[in-house]
Structures are given as C-alpha cells and as structure tokens.
Design a protein around this ligand. Structure first.
Ligand code: 2HA
Ligand code: ZN
Length: 270
C-alpha cells in the first residue's frame, strides 16, 4: 500500500483547507469540506474492507450508498489540518442506505465527520443528479458575503444581480447565480434538506448570517466559485454606502454571455 499522505486527493485537500484558513474564511472550527473519492483511487492507499469503526449518520441518502468521502472532522480547525491530517480528516464509506458510515482512515483521536455532514451528503446527492461529475461540497464563513446578508435584500435574484454587477467575471463564473437560505439552525437535517433543495439550481448557496456552501467537480472549481462570489461581496461592501454612479448593465451582461458562451439564470437579466 502507498502512503495515503502522498495521495493527490489528500495533498489537494490539505492545501485547500490551509488556503481557506489563510483567506480568513475558516476561523476556529468554522467550515467543512467533503470530497467524493473513487474506489479505485482509495484502494491504492487502504483496504476498503477494513473498517476502523462505524459511525451513525442520522439520515438516509440511498443514492450515496457505497460512496467514499474524505471529510473534515467535527470541532476541528482548518488551521491545524496540515499539521495533523489523520486527526483532522477522515475517509468514510456510506452503507445501509447512507444511515451508517464505515471509517476507513482518520479521525485518529476518536472524532467523527463535521456536524454539517447532513448538508454535505444531501448536497452531494442533489448535485450529482444535475452533474454526475460533481465531487466537492465546501462550506465556509467569508466575511463579506456574510456582511452582505445583513444589509442586502435576501431575494435570490436581487442578491445575485448585485454580485454579478460587482465584477465583470461573476456572470461568467456563476451564470446560474447564487441561491439564498434565510437564517436556519445549522448542523440539522432540516438545513441539510433546504441546502440540497437549493443546490438543484445553483452551485452556490448562501446561508444568511452564517456563510456559504459551494459545490463543484473538484476542489479548485469549488474554491474558485466561493472566491469569486466573496470578491464581489467585498466590492459591494466597499461601495454600498456610496452613491452608485456606474454599473455593469444588463446589455453588457448579455455581451458577456455571448462572448463566454454562458447563459444567465432564466429571467434574471432584462
Ligand atoms: O462547525 O461551520 O456550520 C463548522 C461550521 C458549522
Ligand atoms: Zn458554518
């Protein structure tokens, strides 16, 4: 067996968590990441028949039975992932219609996956139906997106249009826009179900007064989505209190659609 700490998926996960911490998106134990793995890539590094222990998930996700995930641990700090991956991360395989997970590696101090595991798994199931290539769900607390949920209308179309207007790239990077949930209690199946419902139509879901969820085919794409939305929110927070003299018009948005071969969410541009 090869050393799992050298696996490309592990190296990328550690770099991503470290980078997210460096961006200030993951204070203390804030944030969580789940990365779906293929059985053949896992087999090079561990024996999938050897479960260290079994963890109850508290929900059912039959579509994900047998799937492998590398997931950040509950209560763990992104800051520390690079120094002790085996304590702060774990690899699980779902079984029993997703109601249980076999721990195959990690959570070495007796821990378990993130408290947001329901939102992650339900979002994976929802995104896989839209795009079978989806592999990543990522949650974090970027300051400007969070700040924006205190001062901006939470209507999804209005929220998205403001973000699109803040940087030329936004409509190209997330043409489907962002969906927005009102404040809800985190760590519950209810917020998991609500997030997954919103994931049917967008890869970004804002949790008002809390943070954001992103989904994508790899860690880079997902990080980049959140990074772009957060940059737009930063610009909004710099200008929101000033008179708006200029903007990106809907006509200009249509030029971007044409130039980059993207289509904005139906009905969200004039
Ligand atoms: O504890 O971010 O939403 C990690 C979180 C919960
Ligand atoms: Zn959070």
């Amino acid at each position: 067996m090869k050393d799992i700490l050298t696996a490309p998926f592990m190296v990328e996960m550690i770099r991503t968590a470290t980078n997210m911490y460096a961006h200030g998106w993951d204070e203390r134990n804030g944030g969580n990441i789940s990365l779906m793995l293929e059985e053949n890539e896992v087999r090079e590094y561990l024996d999938p028949e050897k479960a260290l222990r079994t963890i109850l998930t508290g929900f059912a996700a039959p579509e994900l039975e047998g799937k492998y995930f590398l997931v950040t641990g509950t209560g763990k700090y992104f800051k520390n992932v690079q120094y002790a991956p085996e304590v702060n991360l774990g690899i699980v395989r779902l079984k029993d219609r997703g109601q249980q997970a076999d721990l195959l590696w990690g959570y070495a101090d007796g821990g378990q996956f993130t408290s947001e595991f329901p939102a992650h798994m339900m979002s994976h199931a929802a995104r896989l139906k839209v795009n079978p290539e989806n592999r990543v769900v990522m949650h974090c607390h970027p300051a400007n997106l969070l700040a924006m949920t205190y001062v901006h209308d939470l209507d999804e179309k209005q929220f998205t249009r403001t973000l699109w207007q803040m940087c030329t790239e936004c409509i190209v990077v997330f043409p489907e826009g962002v969906n927005v949930l009102p404040w809800m209690l985190c760590g519950t199946n209810e917020i998991g179900e609500a997030t997954a419902e919103k994931m049917k139509t967008a890869r970004l879901v804002v949790w008002s007064q809390h943070g954001i969820y992103g989904a994508g085919k790899d860690l880079d794409e997902t990080f980049g989505l959140i990074e772009t939305a957060e940059k737009a929110a930063e610009i909004y927070m710099k200008i929101a209190h000033l008179p708006r003299v200029n903007t990106i018009t809907d006509d200009q948005m249509h030029l971007l659609e044409k130039r980059f071969g993207v289509k904005a969410r139906e009905g969200w541009l004039d």
